[in-house]
Design a protein around this ligand. Structure first.
Ligand code: HEM
Length: 399
């Protein structure tokens, strides 16, 4: 690495959905910044929109290599598994993704929509029976994505709470010990191994059964890869969506967006969701690192072979060269080129599902609880710390 200022990373607090001003400064002055990671080592950080897309899609940046080295890291310990799709490079990545894509079709998501809408109705029934007030995280944001993942995996209802607890631990950064994280990961893996067996004996009309079928007929995926894919879905497909729903609802209630929609004004819900996907800084600093497999130059910076590069999707989503007034919410402008679901070969496989869940939650709330408002001042909301994604501990609401 060359001789330039090293910025201690991560920047500023990751609470209350504030995005640290340093990202904007770097976008203006340092295309590729050198950062010192909290658990050892220096790495590179790109913050601009185009550079982020470049790092996420150029094949010279590897995810798999991050597993083979002492990566300059954000966390003391992260669950690393070479069989996880997010940690693979082509050709393995392409092979596993193709099997998953066969099960993860837009048609399957469309077919799930009425089922998701029913779940939302049921959760709203409970919330309205018990409140006001209510905690929107506990009554809606948390249970819905868990149910959806369990549904696509075919997890029996009785096992769902067990699941949520394991997943919560696996997603933690420092809130649990490495031993606890490892144990939760093991439990999830064992559970999924059992579930694959179940699906094989008694296939159902769920996504996971389709994957088991694809693996058994084409044998392009190992049993362990299949099991790991199931665990991955649980972890990435639920925590992100839980917090995205909670964060969006917080912004909508804080800024009067919800009240305007409830009055019949404002933009259509899918448009609102798309702009809030861009605006909400869901990702805690850093995301997943990539490592250069050969020397790569970005601007005037040489990323030497073996060096790690981090991206910050929320910063890229506020790049003023791409989005006018990026710190403002603008439902009129078309801003769907945001990078919240990533970009390139690893882009999110669950984006359509996540969008469906979020839209149905907002539509359900608007229809059933038009008078919804925060039950406490926005500054009094407690935010989770040390997680991979940001979100409120609880979102007290009333109506
Ligand atoms: C609002 C909710 C969500 C957000 C913001 C989100 C975001 C992301 C991002 C940024 C990536 C790329 C990571 C990288 O490049 O290193 C990703 C990957 C992935 N996501 Fe999502 N996600 C969400 C929901 C879901 C859901 C509901 C599912 C499935 C049920 C899902 C499944 C996946 C999978 C399988 C990958 C790995 C793809 C690969 O490595 O090829 N995600 N997600």
């Amino acid at each position: 690495m060359d001789e330039r200022a090293v910025h201690p990373f991560p920047f500023g607090p990751t609470t209350a959905l504030e995005l640290d001003g340093k990202y904007r400064k770097l976008q203006e002055s340092e295309r590729v910044a050198r950062v010192r990671m909290p658990f050892g080592g220096d790495a590179w950080l790109v913050t601009g929109y185009e550079d982020t897309k470049f790092v996420l899609s150029d094949p010279r940046f590897s995810r798999a290599v991050t597993l083979t080295m002492d990566l300059p890291r954000l966390q003391p310990q992260i669950v690393q598994n070479p069989e996880m799709i997010m940690s693979m490079d082509p050709p393995d990545h392409t092979r596993v993704r193709q099997v998953a894509a066969r099960a993860f079709t837009p048609r399957r998501v469309e077919r799930l929509r009425p089922w998701i809408a029913d779940q939302v109705e049921g959760l709203l029934d409970d919330m309205m029976r018990e409140g006001p007030p209510a905690d929107l995280v506990k009554s809606l944001a948390l249970p819905l994505p868990v149910s959806v993942i369990c549904e696509i995996l075919g997890v029996p209802f009785a096992d769902r709470e067990k699941f949520r607890v394991w997943s919560d631990i696996v997603m933690s950064v420092t809130a649990f010990t490495p031993e606890e994280i490892f144990a939760a990961f093991q439990s999830l893996t064992e559970y999924l191994r059992w579930l694959v067996g179940q699906r094989r004996v008694a296939p159902a009309d769920d996504l996971f059964s389709a994957m088991v079928r694809a693996r058994d007929t084409e044998a392009v995926m190992s049993e362990q890869e299949l099991v790991t894919f199931g665990v991955t879905l649980l972890v990435v497909g639920h925590e992100t969506t839980v917090n995205e729903i909670a964060d969006m609802m917080f912004v909508m209630l804080r800024d009067g967006v919800y009240a305007e929609l409830a009055r019949g004004g404002g933009a259509p819900v899918p448009r609102v969701v798309e702009e809030l996907l861009r605006f909400v800084p869901l990702e805690s600093p850093g995301g997943f690192a990539r490592v250069a497999t050969e020397d790569v130059t970005i601007g005037d910076t040489l990323i030497a072979k073996g060096e790690a590069v981090y991206t910050q999707l929320s910063a890229a989503n506020r790049d003023p060269r791409v989005f006018d007034d990026p710190d403002e919410i603008d439902f009129e402008a078309a801003r769907e080129q945001h990078l919240t679901f990533g970009f390139g070969p690893h882009r999110c496989m669950g984006a359509a599902l996540a969008r469906a869940e979020i839209e149905l939650v907002i539509e359900g709330l608007l229809r059933r609880v038009p008078g919804l408002r925060l039950a406490v001042a926005p500054e009094r909301i407690a935010w989770k710390v040390d997680r991979l994604v940001r979100g409120p501990e609880a979102l007290p609401v009333t109506w």
